[in-house]
Design a protein around this ligand. Structure first.
Ligand SMILES: [Fe+2]
Ligand SMILES: [Fe+2]
Length: 339
């Protein structure tokens, strides 16, 4: 195995660095004087950063491609508010020399515990046998279960962008809904739990997460995770002996409306109390996870302003010190907006 060298989150400005990174993007460009240079986005399990190759760009361009692993010898420099690498030398590293864990961002929570929670929440669906049968059919399908447990909740830059992100996000929403059951006792908790578990299931076909640089599949780009989610549910639901059309439409409505507004790609607006609650919990969890991710990028001990966040049309004023809330989870580190 090749030695990973420095991780991206440890790179300081004005230092010389050596390390292996995954090439997420690669472009050969021209300066104003017509000289070629390489513009790269490099990636590891701790984040991504921009890198430039100003000299010997044509020579290096030939030895590696996007999605290759490269060893770089570079100077870390500050450009605007970010660290950028000025690369002096590059060596391609074969895939079999790589420890994938160094390049796969993974949920900071215990995935076994999250998986146990999934089945505990399925157990809470007691009154609606169609929903219960549907959840069991989906999650007793081993391939489906593995994909659900591995899938990130976003590809680049948004919330829960790591292996296990979909499971973590969905279980957070289930726990939020569980905590509100006592307040809104008249709501249909079977529909809520089933909707919470399945609202983003379309992401398992929308995202490609077999390689560390997550990407959106053709199906995901062309259809979006919401319509795909309704298809996945339909495929399993139609095979059930106790198919219940009324419950099926209610669940499909929760999936189709969970983004809340047409601007946020909801296919329909939430028109049921349960749909409205699921949308709000989804918005809450994806936003808090995104803010947590932003906090991780701040340096210092006092509350400070983030860069302008276009998706939220505001600056955030955050405390960089991360005190992860006490839960019954294993606490490790790091996290990531409506999902
Ligand atoms: Fe979503
Ligand atoms: Fe979501």
């Amino acid at each position: 195995m090749a030695n990973k060298g420095i991780f991206i989150n440890k790179i300081q400005e004005k230092t010389r660095i050596n390390g292996i990174f995954l090439v997420e993007n690669k472009k050969i460009l021209e300066t104003k004087t017509g000289k070629h240079y390489l513009n790269l986005t490099l990636f590891d399990s701790t984040g991504s950063l921009n890198a430039k190759v100003w000299d010997r760009a044509d020579e290096f361009d030939k030895i590696f491609e996007k999605d290759d692993y490269i060893f770089v010898d570079a100077a870390a420099e500050k450009y605007e508010s970010s660290i950028q690498l000025n690369i002096k030398n590059i060596e391609k590293i074969p895939d079999d020399q790589i420890n994938l864990d160094d390049f796969m961002p993974v949920t900071p929570f215990d995935r076994k515990e999250l998986k146990k929670q999934l089945f505990d929440f399925i157990d809470k669906v007691k009154n609606n046998s169609f929903f219960r049968g549907l959840l069991e059919a989906i999650f007793h399908d081993e391939k489906m279960l593995k994909n659900y447990c591995d899938c990130p909740a976003s590809t680049k830059g948004h919330h829960h962008c790591y292996i296990g992100g979909l499971l973590e996000h969905s279980m957070s929403i289930c726990r939020l809904i569980d905590s509100l059951r006592d307040v809104y006792r008249h709501l249909d908790s079977d529909l809520l739990f089933t909707g919470a578990i399945l609202h983003d299931i379309g992401k398992i076909r929308s995202y490609n997460f077999s390689k560390a640089s997550f990407s959106t599949t053709d199906e995901g780009r062309l259809l979006g995770h919401i319509p795909i989610g309704t298809q996945v549910v339909q495929e399993y639901a139609k095979k059930l002996d106790n198919f219940d059309e009324k419950s099926f439409f209610n669940l499909q409505h929760l999936i189709l409306s969970h983004h809340g507004t047409k601007e946020m790609n909801a296919v329909v607006l939430p028109m049921m109390e349960e749909a409205f609650l699921l949308h709000l919990m989804d918005y809450l969890d994806s936003t808090i996870a995104y803010l947590y991710k932003l906090k991780g990028g701040l340096k210092g001990n006092e509350r400070m302003w983030t860069d302008y966040q276009k998706g939220y049309e505001r600056y955030f004023f955050l405390n960089p010190v991360i005190n992860f809330p006490t839960t019954d989870f294993q606490d490790n580190n790091g996290n990531d907006g409506q999902g």
